[in-house]
Design a protein around this ligand. Sequence first.
Ligand SMILES: *[C@@H]1O[C@H](CO)[C@@H](O)[C@H](O)[C@H]1NC(C)=O
Length: 273
Amino acid sequence: MFRLSNNLVGILNFVTFLLSVPILGAGIWLANRASTDCEKFLEKPVIALGVFLMVVSLAGLLGACCGISWLLWLYLLVMFLLIVLLFCFTIFAFVVTNKGAGRVLSDRGYKEYRLGDYSNWLQKRVNSTKNWNKIRSCIIDSKVCSNLADDTANDSLDQFLAEHLSSLQSGCCKPSDDCGFTYVNATTWTTLPAGTVYNNPDCTLWSNDKNQLCYNCQSCKAGLLDNIKSDWKKVAVVNIIFLVFLIIVYSVGCCAFRNNREDRAFWKSRPYP
Ligand SMILES: *[C@@H]1O[C@H](CO)[C@@H](O)[C@H](O)[C@H]1NC(C)=O
C-alpha cells in the first residue's frame, strides 16, 4: 500500500511537472514576442499557471517519493483549496451565465444583442474600460470582422440580411438594425446626417474605419457575453471531469501522507535500528 499510493502521486506529479515546462515556455515565449495588447493580456496568466503547476507538482513529487511530510502536507492543502475554488467557480459561472440571450428580429438571419439582457456582474466586467480595451484587442486580433467582410463582399442587401452571423459578428462588425443606416457592404454603411438623434446609443459609436467599427458598442460587449454563455456548457463539462480527477489525486495523496507518517512512526518505534 505504501509504495502504490506514493508511487502514484509521484508519477502523477511527474507528468504534471513535465506539462508545466511547455506551459511556462509558451508564457515566456509570448512575453518576448507579444506585440498586441491581446497577447500581453494572455502572457501573465500563462506564466502564472506554469509556475504554479511546477511548484505544486515538485512539492507533490518530493513529498511523496522522498517521504518529506511537510511538503506533502503543503501539496494536499493547495490541492484542497484548488478543489474548493474550482467547485465554487463552476457554480458561480453557471449562475452568472444563466441570464441573457440574443434577440430574434423578423426577416433577419442573425440575432442582435443588448448588454442589459445579461447578468449585472458580467456587465460590470465588460463595462470596465481597462478590461474592455484588452478584450477588444483580442477580438480585433481574431479577425472576426475582416473575415466577415471578405466572406460577404459580394452580398446584396437581401443576402446580407439573411446571413447567419455569430454573436460577435452581429454585435461588433455591423451597426444595429434600428440605426437605419444604408448598407454598402458588411463593414461599410452610409450613416444618417450628423445631429440625428438615436434611441440606441450604439448608433453614434459606429465607424466605417476597420479598426473602429462597432468595437466600442454595447452590442459588441453583449455579443461577447453571449459567446461566453454558449461556451459555458463545454467549460462546465471539462471542469467536472477535472474536479473528479483532482479529487482522486487528492485521495491518493492523503494515503501517501498517512503512509509517510506511519513510516516515520514505524522507524521511531523500532527497538533496535
Ligand atoms: C466595402 O466597401 C468599401 C467602400 O466602397 C470598400 O472600400 C471596401 O473595400 C469594401 N469591402 C469589401 C470587403 O469589399
